[in-house]
Design a protein around this ligand. Sequence first.
Ligand code: SF4
Ligand code: SF4
Length: 62
Amino acid sequence: MYLVNVDADKCEGCGKCVEVCPALILVLNDGKVEVTGNPDDCMGCRSCEAVCEQAAIVVQEL
Ligand code: SF4
Ligand code: SF4
């Protein structure tokens, strides 16, 4: 199981992480990314981390 942590102060709302997430659990809301749907669907691929130029997402294995 994985925990997806978003630092809203760093997120610039570019949407790149939303586009690459294979689990479709990331959405933009008011210019910031949020985890939606079932967080258990996160596969831990870390694509969101890799694509974020602001280092605003950190995926943690629980
Ligand atoms: S890639 Fe980073 S800056 Fe862009 S929306 Fe996702 S978390 Fe925010
Ligand atoms: S680690 Fe992969 S599946 Fe999980 S939120 Fe990031 S892009 Fe989506």
